[in-house]
Ligand binder design. Sequence first.
Ligand code: AMP
Length: 546
Amino acid sequence: MLFLDFANTCREIEKISSRLAMTDLLAEVFPQISDEELDIFVRFARGKLFPDWSAEKLNFGPSLLYEALAYVIGKKREDVVRAINSSGDAGEVVEELLQKKQQTTFFTEDLELTDVYERFMQMAKSSGRKSQQERLRSAQYLFSNASPLEGRYLARLMLEEMRIGVGEGVVKDAVAKAFGVPSEVVEHAHQALNDLGEVALLAKTNPEKLAEVTITPFKPVKMMLAQAGSITGMVETHGTLAAENKYDGSRFQFHKSGGRCAIYSRRLEEMTASLPDVVEMLKNATTHDVIIDGEVIAILNGKPMPFQTVLRRIRRKHGIEEAKEEIELRPCVFDILVCDGETLIDLPFTKRREILESVMTEYVAPQLVSDSAEEIEKYYHEALDAGNEGIMLKVINAPYLPGNRGKLWIKIKPEVDTIDLVVTGAEWGEGKRAKVFGSFVLACQDESGELLEISRVATGIDDAMLAHLYELFKDKIISEKGKSVTFEPDVIFEVGYAELQRSTNYEAGYALRFPRFVRLRDDKDVSEIETMESLSRRYSMQNKEE
Ligand code: AMP
């Protein structure tokens, strides 16, 4: 299949606004795609290059894109930057720029969909001193052989911003419709495989297998997440609940199978090399092949240390042995997803917990099972006194829903007034801070993942953190105008605030009163920042309480 055919389909989808019509179109197209190309097509349509379980990254930001394009169209980098900044849509600008160039070029090669994928794979795999140069050359190759329309979607793919409105839901519905499979089966397979490309391929080639797919060792699944809520609300709705400490550490998923072990972060990146001690502890705590879910915490004199300490260990690439001596880590395991090849996620939590306790000799997180709000309240205060962030309340008959942030897990912590936002820009500081960024622009997201500005934050950041943030952001600058800079949006801040207000000053329609920086959330990615839906919930909760 030509990449141009993919681009044409995207163009058609982009013109459609109805979700149903989009689903119908994809359902018609999917069966016509060959087995070798279907998984790639499905991922690309969502703006994903690799399976969701894979930690593979293209490592190709806007800055390289500008450079590659400038080379291909024979213009200066600044001209490309200016054009993209004034439009805000890289895909559209690339299409226009290639249109102008097209009149002067004669020889190009047709791009196949699989060629494009292989190039992306090469770019992702490239490492070492020359990797930047190699990635640039691959991008130049792709853009020199792309027609304007192909360029539009190549650019968007490389920036992982497809903007054609195809989300997970649309793809799942289209797969169900295209291959006549019940949507619950597609849903189940997606939870276990964590790759819609593979789900689509299986639906096409072996639909009866879909219902039986199991979670595969060393292909991590998304972690189940929690919403904020209240103890009384949960007891009223569900009666008996399981309460656990909310550990202030870093989430992990541990896989053990056939003697091999691996540990993954919440972003599904492999951390095995930086956490050999934790891997060893978990490996020795069970004789079974398992996939388990938990939080790793740092301990000093028997007390949990703040989350930042754990991150220091995880970030270490060298001197792991010394780091192991300095910072003692301990896993707290609270769920089990697979045991000896059997996928357990559809079982009720109490049953999974029973299995977890029977297969682990150590590290299982303690639990209180209770239907009394008073007793849970007491447990909550004990958790805080012991240095935890709060507690988690879990519905005891709930399945494990990978990637779901629903009402089945509720977090209770004192600071309900913090919010996770992505940093989209900054202003240079003043006076002695003139060489670092002084205030940061923050955004939340709407349902389609579009970023909307909501606040600026300058308070709560000490000089050491300002210096760290400068180092972190200096290579993420997309553009600069006067004192303002825009960044590639991939760093998350947790921000405290006194009140959420309606506001016309920011795109989100809300503003934060007295925003203050709390911490960096390197464990989260952009898809996990505050949504408009959750903001409106916060707003109504806040006003109800007044
Ligand atoms: P938050 O990061 O504030 O959205 O809270 C959810 C996070 O709390 C999870 O992703 C875990 O990393 C962490 N956590 C700590 N203790 C637990 C627990 N007992 N059960 C589930 N998640 C926990």
